[in-house]
Design a protein around this ligand. Structure first.
Ligand code: PMP
Length: 404
């Protein structure tokens, strides 16, 4: 086992007040626990500096506006965006994808055009496109997976045609942990004149993301999986693409001038941020990015890779366990215990103070592909260590004894 996996998390674990001693929290892919500096930033924003943004004439509001826009700059720097104007604050990845589907999807593809997804997508990267299909008449194609659970980009290359206007894929699978070669996916999409949307929910907390280097056109993620607050997320898109998109929700803040005869709209990103924003969520997201960057994504990735390796080794030694996904999955290991429903696995593990996720993980088409109704899933964060892997393995041994 690497020294990193052994030693570092003890420091990092101390940053998380909601993780009691002896509790193995292995559900970071659902949502990450929050470091104290994020909790403090939220408490300060509500308890000391709170005000609305963008419209107050008083100093407190002006200061909060500076903090709000500084967070936008911070996000832009974090993901390598060309400008803070390319950062749209949304409620989360789900809202980001729905925004693109409604605004861009409602104006760019025409009836008969095609959208390509993959078998492993989260429902939030499936259903918005089905709603678009019902509204506009686009067709949806589904790329298959390789035997080890990656999106099969050779198949994508063979499937894409000039009729495809969008390819929408997960950067990291929330079930299998498989990592997409985004640069290749972008090149394939662009070869046929399609845009590439990347669902970065599971990637941003565990891989360094540079949207310019990746070459994608849209990138979405949720703050709460990145050690930040719930209710805040990010849609990034290239400036010219955002410029070409109409508003999707109307209200305050997104307008230039309103009259009953005619309303004109603000430029991006304000055009897509109708209503009072989640001011404190944005401040908390800024703190979360500072937290993650201070540790460094290379260190986080190495740490989680060591935990994944240890988990796969420990679980593959238990006869009745079936592991899903590739060996080099990013921070996420799905598995099944033969003859035991994943919910029972989760309940027995909970008795041993091990928290995993059991279910279809909002990826029912993937469950069908795997031939199971559900999986058990362990997913890691900076606070986990080898003791958590050991607790998981011991818990699974107990499951097999109980059901043996
Ligand atoms: N995509 C992936 C890959 C996810 O893991 C999730 C969250 N489980 C989502 C999208 C949706 O994120 P949210 O619920 O935060 O909008």
């Amino acid at each position: 086992m690497t020294a990193l996996a052994d030693a570092r998390p003890l420091d990092w674990l101390a940053d998380f007040p909601a993780i009691p001693e002896g509790w193995a929290y292995l559900d970071t892919a659902a949502t990450a626990q929050k470091p104290k500096m994020v909790i403090d930033a939220i408490a300060r924003a509500y308890g000391e500096t709170y005000a609305t943004v963008h419209r107050g004439v008083y100093q407190r509001s002006a200061d909060m506006t500076v903090a709000f826009e500084a967070a936008r700059q911070r996000v832009a720097r974090f993901i390598g965006a060309g400008s803070a104007d390319e950062i749209v604050f949304v409620r989360g990845a789900t809202e980001g994808i729905n925004l693109v589907a409604q605004s861009w999807g409602g104006t760019h593809p025409k009836a008969g055009d095609r959208i390509l997804l993959s078998t492993l997508e989260h429902h939030s990267n499936i259903v918005p496109w089905q709603l678009l299909r019902d509204r506009v008449g686009v067709e949806i194609d589904v790329a298959p997976l390789t035997a080890d659970g990656r999106i099969d980009l050779d198949a994508v290359a063979a499937m894409l045609t000039p009729a495809h206007k969008l390819v929408a894929l997960a950067h990291v699978s929330n079930v299998l942990g498989s990592v997409l070669d985004v640069r290749r996916a972008a090149a394939l999409a662009h070869d046929v004149g399609a845009r590439l949307l990347v669902d970065g929910c599971q990637a941003v907390p565990r891989l360094a993301v540079d949207v310019a280097a990746l070459g994608c056109d849209f990138y979405v993620f949720s703050g709460h999986k990145l050690y930040g607050p719930t209710g805040i997320g990010v849609l990034w898109a290239k400036a010219d693409i955002l410029e070409s998109m109409p508003p999707w929700q109307g209200g305050g803040s997104m307008i230039d001038k309103v009259s009953f005869e005619r309303t004109t709209y603000a430029p991006p990103p304000a055009r897509f941020e109708a209503g009072t924003p989640h001011v404190v969520g944005v401040v908390g997201l800024h703190a979360a990015i500072d937290y993650v960057d201070a540790i460094g994504l290379a260190a986080i990735h190495a740490h989680e890779a060591a935990l994944v390796k240890a988990t796969r080794e420990a679980l593959s030694g238990i006869n009745s366990v079936r592991l899903f996904g590739p060996e080099d999955s990013a921070g996420i290991v799905s598995f099944a215990v033969e003859g035991v429903h994943p919910h029972d696995v989760g309940t027995i593990l909970d008795e041993a103070h091990v928290a995993i996720r059991a279910g279809h993980h909002c990826a029912q088409p993937l469950m069908e592909h795997l031939g199971v109704p559900a999986t058990a899933r362990a997913s890691f964060g900076v606070y986990n260590g080898l003791a958590d892997v050991a607790a998981l393995a011991n818990g699974i041994e107990r499951v097999t004894r109980i059901f043996g």
